[in-house]
Design a protein around this ligand. Structure first.
Ligand SMILES: [Zn+2]
Length: 252
């Protein structure tokens, strides 16, 4: 599938600005990306800020160069740097984010065209606590299931960059085997959140709803203890026809 670059760029910039303005990231934190065609994708450049991101701070990269390095072991930091620079489609473009590797992997999954990554305080409070697993495996409210799926994928803390991308690949593959579907939300312990989807709306909805769910989760815990939705109700929401219609209308 191939996108019109002039159509996806404003969408990706709007998502990036929303993450920045919504306080989901500060300074150079977080990154966003979108697929352009089978060979290339746009990703935030290293050191740029999501809140003020401009079109020339989105770097067009080639998948192949990045994905081939993910298949190798014992890669030196200097080789990672070289690979990031060589993955650019245009030599004058800014160096892409160090997290470009996981974007390249995730954008090659079926029906995944957009990826968003942020460090929201509300979610990181939980991901830096002993309740991260409980948050990832449970749901409190119906709309959390609609936007985030019935369960999120929790990844242990791994060094950002190539090592994290390899761990995400390993755990997403295991999630697919176990659940027969992709996660919508990937939670990184002591780090942040990744949301993936076919549309920019899906990535936005999963991120905003994860932040809202985190607020509810923490608040309920402080009010004396969590009461999760039972598994039967989660399955009901996940498979309801009217929820499928809402998903379609919201493009999520
Ligand atoms: Zn990050």
């Amino acid at each position: 599938m191939s996108f019109d670059q002039s159509a996806v760029l404003p969408e990706l910039l709007a998502l990036s600005h929303e993450f920045g303005e919504g306080g989901l990231v500060i300074l150079g934190e977080g990154n966003t990306s979108c697929r352009v065609d089978d060979e290339t994708f746009f990703v935030k450049s290293s050191g740029s800020s999501l809140q003020t991101l401009t079109a020339n701070q989105l770097t067009l990269c080639r998948f192949e160069r990045l994905l081939s390095l993910m298949d190798r072991d014992d890669v030196a930091d200097t080789e990672v740097e070289t690979c990031l620079l060589e993955s650019r489609s245009h030599p004058a473009a800014f160096k892409p984010s160090v997290e470009t590797f996981f974007h390249a992997y995730l954008l090659n999954l079926p029906d995944i065209n957009f990826v968003g990554h942020a460090h929201p305080i509300q979610v990181n409070r939980i991901l830096c606590s002993g309740l991260a697993r409980e948050f990832s495996e449970n749901r409190q409210c119906p709309d959390e299931i609609v936007c985030c799926g019935p369960i999120s994928l929790l990844i242990p803390y791994v060094d950002p960059g190539l090592a994290l991308a390899k761990r995400i690949r390993q755990d997403v593959e295991e999630f697919r085997r176990t659940h027969n579907k992709l996660p919508r939300v990937i939670l990184l312990r002591n780090h942040g959140v990744i949301t993936i989807g076919s549309s920019v709306q899906a990535v936005r909805a999963a991120m905003l709803m994860t932040v809202k769910a985190a607020e509810i989760f923490t608040g309920a815990q402080l009010l004396g203890g969590l009461r999760h939705l039972p598994a039967s109700e989660i399955e009901r929401i996940e498979n309801r026809q009217d929820e499928e219609y809402r998903r379609k209308m919201l493009k999520i």
